[in-house]
Design a protein around this ligand. Structure first.
Ligand code: PEP
Ligand code: MN
Length: 371
């Protein structure tokens, strides 16, 4: 059954002046000194929320796997010394209870954990147990849910629902991109339409963008952050380290608190939500064209079904590869001449063609002609 997220509350409070909400801090808490230095500089920049990994989910064994629970006390010290609220990653029940018992009130699920419903459930249950035992004393436990490693919106929503169903209402989602095989310009490619669809499905859910794990390189943080704000994300989570070059994990993507301050000062926040007359007119024109597109698609599918019935009578397979090749090549050529990019046309026509094939296959599999 679908979860109705009626009581959802953001994990983070947005700055009152309309500037973007920022969560910043090192990939990993490496030492007390490193964490306190970074936290002090961040607090001076106006950052209120500190991130630092204590248990690090490394792809390959043998790397730096975090300092473990001792680092939780450094996070608490940074909170108290600099008036910050600290967040750390938990990947199982033990991490969760240790972090909560140490007094950390913001937890996050990393991309590898969100992809694992057993781990998510175990964490949700551990938080719920902690809440019951402590009678919700103090601030409520808040959880950030990063997208799963693979572009699977249902898996992402499923993790959020497991937490919510366990009574956790303070939830924020984080788009950190999706991994893919092969060389790429991003470490984890952003699929902006996925968080946009997540927002459409759960409008009250706060969503941050993590340009550090999307880009994987510090030069990409500024452009990705601007792109995220232009898309209307609620804020950014950015890996920041007092000495990035010597960081024990994710060195190439971390920036100093000073670099963070420069990037934040360079970002434009577009705050106007009122459409001008011209914008309204152009939207009206789009609405009309979309009406025509829908009408054309519905007529196209009706003809495809007629063809399906004929293929059945003539004992032909649904997919005729030669015809498909021709159709794709000619449509792409035509579209390019009209100024439309070939990859877009490729995606669009393969989607349309796949639906025609599905509708025709249904006809071939039903007895008699139902046209
Ligand atoms: C992290 O935030 O340091 C981290 C491990 O991120 P992700 O789960 O997005 O890979
Ligand atoms: Mn990291």
């Amino acid at each position: 059954m679908d979860t109705i997220f009626s009581n959802l509350t953001p994990a983070f409070v947005k700055p009152a002046d309309g500037s973007p909400l920022i969560v910043a801090g090192p990939c990993s808490a490496e030492s007390r000194q490193q964490l306190l230095d970074t936290a002090r500089q961040l607090a001076a920049t106006g950052v209120r929320y500190l991130r630092a990994g204590v248990w690090k989910p490394r792809t390959m064994p043998g790397g730096f796997e975090g300092r473990g629970s001792v680092a939780l006390t450094w996070l608490r010290e940074a909170e108290e010394k600099f008036g910050l609220q600290a967040a750390t990653e938990v990947a199982n029940e033990t991490h969760t209870t240790e972090a909560l018992q140490a007094g950390i009130r913001i937890l996050w699920l990393g991309a590898r954990t969100t992809a694992n419903p057993f781990a998510v459930q175990e964490i949700a249950d551990a938080i719920s147990r902690f809440n019951t035992e402590n009678g919700h004393a103090g601030s409520p436990v808040a959880v950030m849910v990063k997208n799963p490693v693979n572009p699977d919106l249902e898996l992402w929503i499923g993790a959020i629902a497991r937490l919510y169903n366990a009574g956790i209402t303070h939830i924020t989602a984080v788009h950190r991109g999706f991994s893919a095989y092969g060389l790429k310009s991003y470490r984890n490619a952003p699929h902006w339409h996925i968080p946009i669809e997540l927002h459409r499905r759960i409008p009250t859910l706060q969503i941050l963008c993590d340009p550090s794990h999307i880009g994987g390189r510090r030069e990409l943080i500024a452009p990705l952050s601007q792109e995220a704000l232009d898309i209307r994300f609620d804020g950014l989570i950015i890996e920041t380290h007092c000495d990035p070059v010597h960081a024990l994990s994710d060195s190439a993507q971390q920036i100093t608190p000073d670099e963070l301050r420069h990037i934040l000062a360079s970002l434009s926040t577009r705050r106007n939500t009122v459409a001008s007359e011209e914008l309204t007119r152009l939207r009206g024109a789009l609405d009309q064209l979309d009406d025509q597109l829908i009408d054309i698609l519905s007529r196209r599918m009706a003809i495809a079904r007629e063809i399906g019935a004929l293929k059945k009578v003539n004992d032909m397979t649904v997919v005729q590869p030669q015809r498909y090749e021709q159709l794709m090549a000619s449509r792409i050529e035509q579209a390019q001449a009209a100024g439309l990019p070939a990859p877009f046309m490729q995606r669009l026509f393969s989607t349309i063609h796949a639906e025609s094939v599905a509708q025709q296959a249904r006809i071939l599999n039903t007895s008699g002609t139902d046209l």
